[in-house]
Every structure is written in structure tokens, then in C-alpha cells.
Write a protein that binds this ligand. Structure first.
Ligand SMILES: [Ca+2]
Length: 491
């Protein structure tokens, strides 16, 4: 195995845990995963976070919300019709002002399912074998495609040290009950397994996938309104409890279909998109208000994340260029995260896995490759240069653009590799990837001087291109050999 790709190690976290003198409370539910040999706890399961305080964690995710769609990344900087200030995101902007905003949080696959796979497992979706959507064409007809039981999820890690765990909203990691969130460490689930679902009918291609835990539900209303209601109820149930919680709230907005949210007049696609973003902002505001009402705002780390860069109407969120890879991410934890800070250091969104684990005082699994690293210092506003190689692949089954794409980053150098067209004549991806894909270099870029990837330096640095190509090939081979989900389609 190439040591370059050996990611995170739990040593730093365990050292900090060992140094911690804090003795936490005995927490109900602590034994749920205590016997799971894949989970190595910190010095003691009663140990709190390395910081001496084990926070509640609320991870709120917006779907296909690009940075140009919120105020705090500066809409005017983006050359899109959505960069105009004719709709507002006051609650999100306020949340951002109250904590750290990351300018270079990168998504490991700019696609709903794989992005979710990565933060839930701390591993690149390609390493898991889930680098494509679950239900692109064969909804509910792929009973074996979903998050493998062998993966150790973030929810399992946090639950093993006493967290109450809940997922509300979009799951998108398998439609069959074998892959239900309750089988992956969540105590509660109210949401949908579907991607690209109708907000009111709660269907995709006529199939329903809306559940409370394992039971189908027929609740009426706009998806995100229902999920927000549930999240607020969950928080009020936590009032007065000493048990920490991990709530992952995954909105469907503003992913298509572009449907009118409650309280708005119906309009065209763009109008509906803007209204969906405004409504999303209000939903986040309701959750933040609930945290205040139950007196837990200061004990709660809130992270707001976009699952891919660029909003769907722009159609640029599906490449491996920086504009697609850079996602919205900001975090607030009063007293622990400084307010009004911007961090430029690059990191991967799946690092949330190891960072949250470290805060909770639980080590990430050490018997497998975990890509995630604990990047908590960045949350404290400290810059840290990139000291690892980052790699991406978006293959034929990802329906990304019309090419298979690979990318690798070493320091400030990024190599984009496109292979030939992978779509068939019908414009749809070839599920069996039978079309030959000759390797074609798209460009070598120095991101320190050329963040927009406009100046291809490949012809000036042939040796660097070769070195990076070879490193990427090794990474792909290593991931393929390790995939826990093996369906034989190179996904
Ligand atoms: Ca998405």
C-alpha cells in the first residue's frame, strides 16, 4: 500500500483523549455498540472529548446548494444568474458569522449518494464501492446496492460512546431495508431513502420511499417542512437530558424537482429555486431557534454542509473542477469556535467523520483504511497546509458530465484527467462502461496561482504529470482492492 494514501491515524486523537482529565457521565445507551470489535474507544468510554466537553453535534446538509446561493460566500463573485441579491439567506448568513467559514472544504465525489457515503464512513465512496447513485435508473431494483454492513459509520462511532443518534431527511444510501439508517447506527430515522424525489408526492418514478424507522409513512406536506418539524420535535425531546446527541438533518432542497415551497406562489424553475433556498434558510432558522429554546445552543456544534458545489440549475456541480468540488461548509460552537473566521486550508468533507469522533472521544477504526483525518484545528481557525495527497474519480456510472473524470492533488498542484466519452448515444451513462475510454489529460494546474484552473501547465511539466498519473492509478487500484461493496461494475 502506498503510504502516501494512508490517511488518518487516530494517534493524535487518542493522545488527546489520554491527556484529557475530564471524566464524563455515565450515559444511557452506551452499551449499544460496546462489543463491536471494529470500534476502538478512547482511553475509557467515559472519557469526554479531548476538549473536555463532549458536544452535541448537529450536521445540517443542503442538497446541491452551491456557494453562489448563500450570502456569506459572496454571491456577486459568481458568474451565474443565482449570484444576484434578489433573494436572501439571513439565517444561514448569521450562522456563518457566528463561527468559522471554510473556503476550501472539498467534496470527495460531487454527487448525492457518494458524498453521503463518504461522510458517513470516513472513506472515499470509491473505496467503499459506492461511487455512483443507488437509484439512478433502477430504483428499488437493486436490493444489493447500498451502504455495506461492514462499514463503520459515524453514527455507530458516536452511539458507541453514548450519543443519541438521529437522521432526518435524505438517506440515499440504499433503498432496501437492509440498508435502513437504523442498521447503520441511527436510533431514529424519519426521512426518505430516495434521491431526486418529489417534495409533495414523496415519490421517485412512482415509487415511495418515506419511512419512520422501518415503517412506511404517508404524512402529507413538503418534504423539508416535515423533516424540520421532526428535527424540532427531536430537539425538544432532548430538553433537560444529559445524553449528548448527533442529529444529521439532510434537506432535499434545493435539489430538483424545482417545486414551490409552502407559502410561496408557484413560478418558473429559477423562481422556484430561489424560493426553495429562502425556505431552506427559514428551516435552518427553526432548528437553530429550537436549540436556543432547549438551552443547548452553547453545548452544540452545528455544521452546515453542501453536498456538492454549484446549484443544479447551473449544471456545473458535477465535474472535478474546483467550482464543483468546493462546497459550502461553516461551523458554530460558541466558546470553542471563534466567530467571524475564514479558513483557507483545503480539507475533505469526509474529515468530519474523524473530527467528530475525536470530539466525542472515540477512535476511528484502525483495521481498515480510513480516509478521514481529524481537522479540528481548522475549526478553531488555524490554517494548516495540505500535507496529504487527495484523489478523486467520477466514473461512468456517476453520470458526471459526459466524460469519466479523475483528479489528483498534491500540494497546490492538481491534475485533471478526462477519459473518453462514457455516455451512449441516448445521452445516458453506459452502466457497463463498455465504451473504450482512452486516457486524455485535461490539465495540470497550480492552484496557488490559478485557482480557476485556466492555465494548463501540463506541457511544461511532463514529469509531474507522469508522477501524478501514476499516483492516481495506484490509488484507484488500492481502493478497488479494498471495496466492501463488490457488484462487479467498478462503481
Ligand atoms: Ca447533491
Amino acid at each position: 500500500m502506498n503510504a502516501m494514501f494512508l490517511p488518518a491515524s487516530p494517534q493524535i486523537g487518542s493522545l488527546l483523549v489520554a491527556l484529557s482529565l475530564f471524566a464524563g457521565k455515565t450515559l444511557e445507551g452506551e452499551s449499544a455498540f460496546a462489543a463491536d470489535p471494529r470500534i476502538q474507544k478512547g482511553a475509557t468510554s467515559k472519557t469526554a472529548s479531548p476538549l473536555g466537553s463532549r458536544p452535541n453535534i448537529v450536521l445540517i446538509v443542503a442538497d446541491n446548494l452551491g456557494r453562489e446561493s448563500v450570502g456569506y460566500y459572496g454571491r456577486e463573485k459568481f458568474d451565474t444568474p443565482y449570484g444576484r441579491q434578489d433573494y436572501l439567506t439571513p439565517r444561514l448568513d448569521q450562522l456563518a458569522d457566528q463561527g468559522v467559514v471554510f473556503e476550501n472544504c472539498l467534496i470527495s465525489t460531487p454527487l448525492c449518494g457518494p458524498a453521503r457515503c463518504a461522510w458517513n464512513t470516513g472513506r472515499h465512496a470509491f473505496r467503499v464501492g459506492m461511487n455512483r447513485q443507488c437509484d439512478r435508473h433502477r430504483i428499488f431494483e437493486e436490493p444489493d446496492f447500498g451502504l455495506p454492513a461492514e462499514e463503520v459509520t459515524l453514527a455507530e462511532l458516536l452511539r458507541s460512546v453514548g450519543y443519541r443518534t438521529a437522521l432526518f431527511g435524505k438517506w440515499n444510501l440504499g433503498n432496501s431495508q437492509n440498508f435502513n439508517p437504523l442498521r447503520h447506527g441511527f436510533d431514529e430515522f424519519y426521512g426518505s431513502t430516495l434521491g431526486n424525489a418529489d417534495y409533495y408526492a414523496h415519490t421517485r418514478h412512482g415509487k415511495r420511499g418515506f419511512f419512520r424507522n422501518f415503517e412506511p409513512v404517508n404524512d402529507k406536506g413538503y418534504f423539508d417542512a416535515l423533516f424540520t418539524d421532526e428535527a424540532v420535535r427531536f430537539l425538544h425531546r432532548r430538553e433537560g437530558s444529559d445524553q449528548p446527541f448527533y442529529m444529521n438533518l439532510c434537506f432535499y432542497a434545493p435539489h430538483g424537482p424545482y417545486q414551490t415551497p409552502p407559502g410561496y406562489k408557484s413560478g418558473d424553475r429559477v423562481t422556484n429555486y430561489r424560493n426553495m433556498v429562502e425556505y431552506l434558510d427559514a428551516c435552518v432558522g427553526r432548528v437553530l431557534d429550537a436549540l436556543e429554546q432547549i438551552g443547548q445552543a452553547r453545548q452544540t456544534l452545528v455544521v452546515f454542509l453542501g453536498d456538492q458545489g454549484g446549484s443544479s440549475p447551473n449544471q456545473y456541480g458535477r465535474t472535478l473542477r474546483e467550482e464543483s468540488l468546493k462546497v459550502i461548509c461553516n461551523a458554530r460552537w460558541p466558546g470553542w469556535i471563534p466567530a467571524g473566521v475564514r479558513v483557507n486550508s483545503p480539507w475533505m468533507h469526509y474529515d468530519l467523520y474523524a473530527s467528530f469522533a475525536a470530539l466525542a472521544g472515540v477512535e476511528v477504526p484502525n483495521e481498515r483504511v480510513v480516509d478521514a483525518r481529524n481537522v479540528w484545528p481548522l475549526f478553531e481557525g488555524k490554517e494548516r497546509p495540505l500535507d496529504r495527497t487527495l484523489a478523486w474519480t467520477a466514473n461512468e456510472n456517476c453520470f458526471l458530465d459526459e466524460y469519466t473524470q479523475d483528479a489528483i492533488r498534491m500540494g497546490d498542484w492538481k491534475l485533471l484527467i478526462y477519459r473518453g466519452k462514457a455516455t451512449g448515444t441516448d445521452g445516458l451513462p453506459k452502466p457497463d462502461a463498455t465504451i473504450p475510454c482512452p486516457t486524455k489529460i485535461r490539465g495540470l494546474y497550480d492552484l496557488s496561482k490559478d485557482p480557476g484552473e485556466r492555465h494548463d501547465l501540463a506541457s511544461e511539466h511532463p514529469e509531474k504529470v507522469k508522477q501524478m498519473q501514476q499516483a492516481h492509478a495506484r490509488w484507484k487500484a488500492e481502493c478497488r482492492a479494498q471495496q466492501t461493496l463488490r457488484l462487479g461494475d467498478d462503481s
